[in-house]
Design a protein around this ligand. Structure first.
Ligand code: SF4
Length: 257
């Protein structure tokens, strides 16, 4: 059972240094999906609510904070949570924000959930909006280990199909790329007709944290070896890049350990 903490925020558009994002919007802090590799786990150091995934802070006044505000530049929703995590179904916080937000704002939404299709009616009112679905194809044991509570692959694909059918610009965030476990080429082949572009992120080994590193080391030693051996990592990245030639894709690299 997730613990919910209702708070009032002073501001909801936060200037950010994330490449190509002028502002982030995080109406939720914390995420019920509790992915083992989540880079936002570091928040547990400051928010003393418990284990990552067991709590969510809800900025209840976020819909009021976006009303009558216009900001220039790309607004990224969300960067430290998922805007369509299960709580959203009942709270409709994200939906109310979208309703109140100026429809000329350049909005980019990223989620793992097909709940986003509920809001297609509002998304269609924006003049410049894109929706990204995080896709990594993890299933079976790997999904249980790394992201047990997130929606399954098939539901994410269905969400992209539906968004595409309704004329919403989509992109696919292939993340986190874990050598030998995530098949970048297969995902690109499956989705290249549905999305405007791919963003491919190789896992940030440091940010993913100890829990992830230990699980990888013990259960997937070959993947661990590639991520911890500079030459093997460079070879692996080279193979991936070579095979996606001709596809609109951006790559995000982090230093190997
Ligand atoms: S869905 Fe995203 S924000 Fe939520 S736990 Fe997973 S990686 Fe973190």
């Amino acid at each position: 059972m997730v613990k919910v903490f209702k708070v009032k925020a002073k501001n909801i558009f936060t200037p950010t240094k994330i490449p190509e994002c002028a502002y982030s919007v995080n109406q939720y802090v914390g995420c019920q999906y509790a992915c083992l590799y989540c880079y936002a786990r570091f928040l547990c150091k400051w928010k003393r609510y418990g284990e990552w995934g067991s709590w969510v802070e809800v900025k209840v006044n976020a819909p009021d904070l976006v009303r009558n505000r216009f900001v220039y530049g790309r607004v990224c929703m969300s960067t430290i949570s998922d805007p369509y995590q299960p709580l959203e179904e009942k709270l409709m916080l994200t939906r109310r924000i979208l309703e109140n937000m100026h429809k000329g704002i350049r909005l980019s939404i990223l989620t793992k959930s097909d709940l986003v299709i509920r809001d297609i009616d509002i998304l269609k009112k924006f003049s410049n909006v894109e929706v990204g679905l995080t896709v990594n194809g993890l299933q079976g044991r790997e999904k249980e280990v790394f992201e047990p509570y997130s929606p399954p692959h098939a539901r994410r694909i269905r969400a992209l199909e539906e968004l595409y059918d309704f004329g919403i610009k989509t992109y696919c965030f292939i993340s986190p790329v874990i050598p030998k476990l995530v098949d970048v080429n297969r995902i690109i082949d499956e989705l290249k007709e549905l999305v405007s572009y791919f963003m491919v992120e190789f896992i940030n080994f440091r940010a993913a944290g100890k829990g992830f590193i230990n699980a990888l080391k013990n259960m997937y030693p070959r993947s661990y070896e590639i991520l911890t051996d500079k030459e093997a990592f460079i070879d692996y990245v080279g193979e991936v890049i070579e095979n996606v030639e001709g596809v609109r894709a951006r790559f995000i690299f982090h230093k190997p350990k």
